[in-house]
Design a protein around this ligand. Structure first.
Ligand code: PLP
Length: 468
């Protein structure tokens, strides 16, 4: 299997190269040239199997040319042993036909661990085989950084540089990035928004001389290997609810569109998914885009669900590429328009295609708090604010469709990761799990830098550059 760039101007890559590169050299995102499919009998056979076994069956077709089956099995087993729940991603029922798939039982309490725990192991093995060092860089609205720090800390071949918006992540999120003692971890607080952090990372990748000099590697959700790892739980949840014999719908609290894009891939692999519902907070570019066809940037609003405080939703490019019938030239034109004029219009046929697969609902700050309160009152279940945005959207989607197929909301974070919002809404104080109980007392280490690519590059060359 080969990976091609959505912008059509980079050479095809292997899984290994797509993983270690992150972003393609033409600025595009890698997608598989052909999506593998699983037949109904294979999918039905997932019922009752351990999570790691399903993961192997789902991931192997994408990664088989990079890793031997035994290697893959060992890495997957290790990744999911780090989760504190025997089911890895347990399903919780809130109501008839309304479920939450809890993806936050990994080391840093957000769904990012599902992919990052595996990516860390794959990257380590890949670099070790090549005898190379790398600088892993990521922009984070909070959770990706923490997950990357946990997955890569102490690895001899990797320096990790995480950019997060100064003062705009929760205390728990920040401390997860700044309180690890390992010398290969570098947390940078950028004086700007998450989108600024993401722009700096993209600019560094497009600076080819710098990229090659320090062996830059990206672990943002644009990294194809992360998407692949996220496909697994769509299969796990659907099969638990009667799939593939009946269709299941999913609602996904969405920022960078990585998690929901994995659902789109699961569907293309043959999993009967009815609707994929995009749940956004007040940063509603995707909801507006599906409604009126205009993908138009606005300022980022700070909300109580900060991991979704994003305007430029990077992985949407992959969905758009498919909706355009994989027409890279048209996609390049649209992205150029976005860079220059801050917006683009989705061509009518592509818009119809997107609307055929996705719904989108926006949940504001008051509704988010109301949902946390309502769910707690009615079920005793405490939702984090991101998952609450999802549950609120899911209720509207169910009402619209008459609610015939089960709806699974992806539970993206543990409530203890966002205690302030949870306490405000419910009066309940969610406790951190024991392995993190002393988090608020650990010493912190981070560097504040201006919103400036050159300053970040200087930092990396001086402090982290393998070949600098
Ligand atoms: C990253 C994140 C999201 C958004 O996921 P995307 O793949 O970026 O759409 C939602 N909720 C939480 C808690 C997250 O950490």
């Amino acid at each position: 299997m080969h990976y091609i760039s959505t912008r059509g101007e980079a050479p095809a890559a292997s899984f290994f190269d797509a993983m270690t590169a992150g972003l393609a050299r033409d600025g595009g995102l890698y997608v598989p040239d052909v999506v593998p499919s699983l037949d109904a009998a294979t999918i039905a056979g997932f019922a009752g199997r351990p999570y790691a076994e399903v993961a192997e069956a789902v991931i192997a077709p994408f990664a088989a040319d990079a890793f031997a089956p035994d290697d893959l099995r060992e890495m997957i087993a290790g990744a999911y042993r780090s989760f504190r729940h025997p089911a890895v991603t347990p399903l919780v029922q809130l109501e008839t036909n309304l479920f939450v798939l809890e993806l936050f039982h990994g080391p840093t309490l957000a769904f990012k661990d599902v992919a990052m725990q595996l990516l860390g192991r794959m990257m380590d093995r890949a670099l070790g085989r090549k005898g190379e060092r790398a600088v892993v860089v990521g922009a984070t609205s909070g959770d990706t950084g923490a997950a990357a720090v946990e997955a890569f800390r102490g690895l001899p071949q990797v320096d990790v540089v995480i950019l997060y918006p100064h003062g705009r992540v929760s205390d728990v999120q920040r401390r997860q990035m700044t309180s690890v003692p390992d010398a290969n971890i570098h947390a940078i607080a950028v004086e700007g928004s998450f989108d600024d952090c993401q722009s700096i990372v993209k600019a560094m990748f497009n600076h080819h001389e710098f990229r090659d000099a320090v062996q830059l590697t990206g672990v943002n959700s644009i990294n194809w290997a992360r998407i692949v790892a996220q496909i697994t739980y769509y299969f796990v949840a659907a099969v638990a609810l009667g799939g593939p014999h009946r269709p299941v719908s999913f609602t996904v609290p969405t920022g960078n569109f990585g998690d929901i894009f994995a659902g789109h891939v699961a569907k293309r692999m043959g999993l009967p998914i009815d609707r994929l519902v995009i749940a956004t907070n007040e940063n509603d570019i995707l909801q507006r885009c599906l409604a009126d066809g205009d993908y138009a940037l606005r300022d980022v609003a700070q909300t109580q669900s900060p991991s979704m405080d994003i305007q430029i939703s990077s992985n949407f490019e992959r969905a758009l590429f498919d909706a355009l019938g994989r027409d890279a030239a048209t996609l390049r034109g649209l992205m150029g328009g976005l860079r220059q004029g801050g917006h683009f219009s989705v061509p009518p046929q592509a818009l119809a295609q997107l609307r055929g697969e996705f719904d989108a609902f926006r949940t504001d700050e008051v509704e988010t708090a109301d949902e946390m309160r309502r769910t707690y009152r009615e079920t005793g279940h405490i939702l984090d604010p991101h998952t609450a945005v999802g549950v609120h959207a899911a209720r509207r989607a169910l009402a619209q469709e008459g609610g015939s197929s089960p709806m699974v909301v992806l539970g993206t974070a543990h409530p203890a990761k966002f205690p302030d919002a949870v306490v405000r809404a419910t009066g309940q104080h969610p406790a951190l799990p024991p392995h993190m109980a002393d988090l608020m007392h650990r010493p912190e280490r981070f560097t504040v830098l201006p919103n400036d690519v050159a300053a970040v590059q200087r930092f990396i060359r001086e402090r982290a550059g393998a070949a600098a």
